[in-house]
Design a protein around this ligand. Structure first.
Ligand code: GAR
Length: 211
């Protein structure tokens, strides 16, 4: 099986991108290579992380297109031009239209900083997720890696890990703990499983095949 070409889509700091880059360096992304990083706006720190790792960076910015449909079409064109097999949304804060999912069915992974179906859906991203979890008073939260479907945060779940909420947590401290204990571990794992052809989707269920 030829190595899968991975594009990582980012909008900000890119710590999840860094976790993928570090995993690739350790040889933990089996049968895959990060071929491109695409940012939804110029100047984000994630692009610097890509440059430092020698990975080509691109910008496809929402403001340069008249609609999110036009932006999605430009993104799909770019991904095709780069021969991408797997798209990873790693802190990508733009909601794409259905053309994206149709172009890459069961080939887009997203990391969400909560245990889906809790604290997810439109408007629930980044620090807002942790604000809501703390407001609700949950004692555990965590992270989910899932395939992207046409429903926001509603696609088949690949991996999840629970993380404890601690007394005195702020959205920032909870976010950091969830990143360290869950997101940065699960995302590279899920990407590697995909690249090895070990994720089999059956309806809402994702089966992880033995290597
Ligand atoms: C991460 O916590 C990621 O799970 C979240 O944004 C943060 C991005 O951080 N994504 C979402 O909320 C998507 N719904 P990063 O840029 O440092 O990886």
């Amino acid at each position: 099986m030829s190595a899968k070409r991975i594009a990582v889509l980012v909008s900000g700091g890119g710590t999840n991108l860094q976790a993928l880059i570090d995993a690739q360096r350790r040889g933990d992304i089996v049968n895959g290579e990060i071929a491109a990083v695409i940012a939804s706006k110029p100047g984000v720190y994630a692009l610097e992380r890509a440059a430092n790792a020698g990975i080509p960076g691109y910008v496809v910015a929402r403001k340069d297109y008249p609609s999110s449909q036009a932006m999605t079409a430009a993104l799909v064109d770019k991904l095709r031009e780069l021969n991408i097999d797997l798209v990873v949304l790693a802190g990508f804060m733009v909601i794409l239209t259905q053309e994206m999912v149709r172009a890459y069915p069961n080939a887009i992974l997203n990391v969400h900083p909560a245990l889906i179906p809790s604290f997810c859906g439109e408007g629930c991203y980044g620090l807002h997720v942790h604000e809501r979890a703390l407001e609700y008073g949950v004692k555990v939260s965590g992270a989910t890696v899932h395939f992207v479907s046409e429903e926001c945060d509603g696609g088949p779940i690949v991996l999840q890990r629970a993380v404890a909420v601690e007394e005195g947590d702020t959205p920032e401290t909870l976010q950091r703990r969830i990143m360290e204990q869950a997101e940065w571990v699960l995302l590279p794992q899920a990407v590697s499983l995909f690249c090895q052809g070990r994720l089999q989707v059956e309806g809402r269920n994702v089966h992880i095949l033995e290597s």
